[in-house]
Design a protein around this ligand. Structure first.
Ligand SMILES: NC(=O)c1ccc[n+]([C@@H]2O[C@H](COP(=O)([O-])OP(=O)(O)OC[C@H]3O[C@@H](n4cnc5c(N)ncnc54)[C@H](O)[C@@H]3O)[C@@H](O)[C@H]2O)c1
Length: 331
């Protein structure tokens, strides 16, 4: 492996471009060497900007690179992650690991067969200073009883489909809450109300998701994909001896013109910029040491199992979440 990791990025849309720029300009120990996108012109523009080369196929990119970032659409993640595992390439795979439990399981099975962890999952909230402070603060407030979460998007980024809301967007919540609590879910309920004004016929938005955990905590999540006013993520932990409130993660409060307030970002890139950069640096550092960082393929599978149970729960009351035994590779 080179001293400076030669990274290949698959998919140069919103997040692939942001990761490639961050790897090139903000992260040490790596450079973007190869790009592939199904839309070659999009990848060509970014390649010219960053001085990277265009790979003719995903397979070529994988074998030419020291390590790979997968930032293609959800449906491609499992197939491309399997290619990376077959070539023994450390990989940062964007969330979700896969939209379906079956596909996500094939990746975990392949990694277990390999006997070596190579996949890191792009659950970047684990690197967000707000969430990290929440997690480290929990012991001081006692046993978590309830977690209240708000997940609002300005507009549904890939069109509003209720199942996609759960498997693509709320999947961040499924991951971060089990990470925060160090606990596993046992059931999920999805409560629906009158759809908001920008909800297509037959779809549901906003949703309330309520999860129970083995440790007895309640996790409640408002997911509102077409909230319009801006992008906002909030989290409050109610524990036996106190509460912790992350607020909306903005660190600057402005007082001016007899008003008090702060900006609301339009996109996740604004809110989680720091987390994405920290995630990439941690992944590059871990790759140099032959390790993974942050969430694993196993975490990706558990999040996909939880999200699909939530899809099954729509209109059906509480649905059990059955998490299989964790393979020793992920102990
Ligand atoms: N971690 C996060 O917070 C976060 C934020 C945004 C997106 N994402 C994830 O990143 C992925 C990409 O999202 P996006 O918003 O950048 O989407 P996007 O539509 O902006 O970009 C996707 C790119 O992939 C390309 N593509 C399509 N098929 C491909 C294939 N078979 N191989 C390679 N490239 C292909 C498209 O041409 C496009 O350029 C999604 O899975 C999404 O869930 C994660």
């Amino acid at each position: 492996m080179s001293q400076v990791l030669q990274i290949g990025v698959i998919g140069t849309g919103n997040i692939g471009t942001a990761h490639a720029r961050s790897l090139s300009h903000e992260v040490s120990g790596a450079e973007v060497a190869w790009l592939f996108d199904a839309d070659a012109s999009r990848a060509a523009d970014l390649a010219a900007e960053l001085g990277a080369q265009l790979a003719p196929t995903v397979e070529d990119l994988v074998v030419s690179s020291d390590a790979v970032v997968i930032a293609s659409p959800d449906a491609m993640h499992a197939e491309q992650a399997l290619l990376c595992l077959a070539a023994h390439r450390p990989t940062l795979c964007e969330k979700p690991l896969a939209p379906t439990v079956e596909e996500a399981t094939t990746v975990v099975d392949a990694e277990v067969d390999l006997g070596r962890r190579l996949i890191s999952l792009g659950f970047m909230r684990r690197f967000d200073p707000g969430y990290m402070a929440l997690k480290s603060g929990i012991p001081a407030v006692g046993r978590p009883l309830v977690v209240h979460n708000v997940h609002r998007n300005t507009a549904a980024p890939y069109g509003l489909e209720t199942a996609l809301t759960l498997t693509n967007s709320a999947i961040h919540e499924f991951d971060i809450n089990r990470w925060l609590l160090d606990d596993e879910y046992t059931s999920v309920q999805v409560i629906t109300g009158e759809p908001g004004p920008r909800t297509p016929d037959g779809e549901l938005d906003p949703l309330l998701v309520v999860l129970t955990t083995r440790g007895g905590a309640l996790v409640e999540i408002e997911v509102f994909m077409n909230a319009w006013y801006g992008y906002e993520v909030r989290c409050e932990v109610v524990a036996s001896d106190g509460t912790l409130d992350m607020g909306d993660g903005s660190y600057i409060t402005r007082r001016a013109s007899r008003q008090i307030g702060h900006d609301v970002p339009e996109l996740w890139l604004g809110r989680f910029e720091d987390a994405y950069r920290r995630q990439l640096q941690a992944w590059v550092d871990a790759t140099h040491l032959g390790k993974t960082s942050g969430a694993t393929a196993w975490d990706g599978l558990v999040a996909t199992i939880s999200a699909n149970a939530a899809v099954a729960a729509i209109g059906n009351g509480a649905v059990r979440i059955d998490i299989p035994d964790r393979p020793a590779l992920y102990a």
